[in-house]
Design a protein around this ligand. Structure first.
Ligand code: GTP
Length: 370
């Protein structure tokens, strides 16, 4: 079985993590994000993956290779310009088999693709969308179904006074019969599968599969952190989550720890935690990080090669590779620091501030209190 995975977006909402890297290879816990998806599809019998790329495709290929390490065949299809989610499907047509999965490349999930395919075959559908239930329906378009599972309609985000009959949203995982491509706009056109294709397929063989399990679109810093913590807490089934659980919630192999690591936490090889420093709970440090004496890192992700001075506090934030932070800093509440940024002593980076790669902040330049 084959899967077409869309990875051509620019990932603007995840900048500056995606300023220099395409979203699929931004590290999530211990591996490029897309690796979770590839492991997931492989577990459901998919052996051939077509990656529909546009933004920085060479970097993607350099990291993911030909897929053989994961027991998959990876084919890269590069759009000359972004064609939207529908245009990307049509552009990949020459590579597609008669029946295939199509997946958004930015979801972390353990949904049961095998059950989705089984339902697709049972109903004789032309297209089957995985649907995921959400608690707060106000930020999503909704997909009500008829009792036989066929899609009734696509509803825009409901207003506060609208009566809603469902809490199911499109989870970005579809099974298609290739014949649906015959009715799409010509190859090379820009269009959206969600807005321009699905509404026209209603009443014409389009079904919904009510998925259970974990599902998260990791396309914003807040959800990237939530996805990370869900992996650490084993709320989603992943290989690294299982390994962490088997080690009692702390993985520090190859690191030297003078201070303390509080579970759940992962500290990469070659990293050093200085005296009286505390890392965790809920922290991921990549390889070769250094945490100075007396610093505290909680609810945060530090990629490879990050260096933190003494008595600095970091919480609820993401620091990309090779960031350096001086002594007595506060990095807090949703800050996102791009690769290689240098922050001098006595700075406060807080409340969702995003610092882009190449920035150098001198000592004491940003403070909100004296
Ligand atoms: P934002 O810029 O932050 O909205 O992120 P994004 O560019 O990834 O867009 P969005 O999250 O809406 O995209 C959903 C999925 O479709 C992601 O996996 C994208 O990589 C992919 N995608 C979006 N637009 C295109 C496109 O024009 N071509 C291809 N091949 N993939 C796309």
């Amino acid at each position: 079985m084959q899967a077409l995975i869309l990875v051509g977006g620019k990932g603007t909402r995840l900048r500056p993590l995606t300023s220099l890297l395409p979203k699929p290879i931004v590290t999530l816990v211990d591996r490029p994000f897309l690796t979770y998806q590839l492991e997931w599809v492989k577990a459901h019998g998919i052996d051939e993956v077509i990656l529909s790329c546009g933004f920085l495709p060479d970097q993607l290929e350099a990291v993911l290779g030909d897929g053989s390490a994961l027991g998959l065949t990876l084919t890269y299809v590069v759009e000359p310009e972004p064609l939207g989610t529908g245009g990307a499907l049509k552009y990949a047509e020459p590579h597609l088999q008669d029946r295939f999965f199509m997946l958004n490349g930015d979801t972390l999930t353990d949904m049961d693709l095998s059950a989705q395919l089984a339902q697709h075959l049972r109903t004789g559908a032309r297209g089957t969308l995985a649907l995921h239930p959400v608690d707060d329906v106000s930020s999503y378009g909704l997909v009500p179904l008829y009792p036989d599972g066929s899609v009734r309609e696509f509803l825009e985000k409901p207003g506060p006074d609208d009566a809603v009959s469902t809490n199911l949203i499109n989870a970005g995982a579809y099974v298609f019969e290739k014949e649906i491509l015959d009715d799409l706009p010509a190859c090379g056109s820009h269009f959206s599968i969600e807005r321009d294709v699905f509404p026209r397929l209603v009443g014409n063989g389009l079904y919904g599969y009510e998925a259970s399990g974990y599902w998260m679109d990791i396309g914003t810093p807040k959800r990237y952190l939530e996805g990370t913590f869900d992996i650490l807490n084993a709320n989603v089934a992943t290989a690294i989550g299982r390994r962490l659980a088997a080690h009692g919630g702390c993985l520090t192999e190859g690191a030297t720890v003078e201070g303390r690591v509080v579970r759940p936490a992962i500290v990469g090889a070659g990293s050093h935690i200085g005296p009286e420093a505390i890392v965790g709970g809920l922290a991921v440090l990549g390889e070769n990080c250094r945490i100075g004496a007396g610093s505290h890192i909680t609810d945060s992700v530090l990629h490879d090669g990050v260096r933190i001075g003494a008595r600095t506090r970091i919480n609820g934030s993401i620091l990309a590779a090779d960031v350096t932070v001086g002594d007595n800093c506060l990095i807090s509440r949703g800050a996102v620091i791009g690769a290689g940024v240098q922050i001098g002593d006595d700075n406060e980076i807080v409340n969702g501030m995003r610092i882009f790669p190449g920035t150098e902040i001198p000592a004491g330049a940003i403070r909100f209190s004296s």
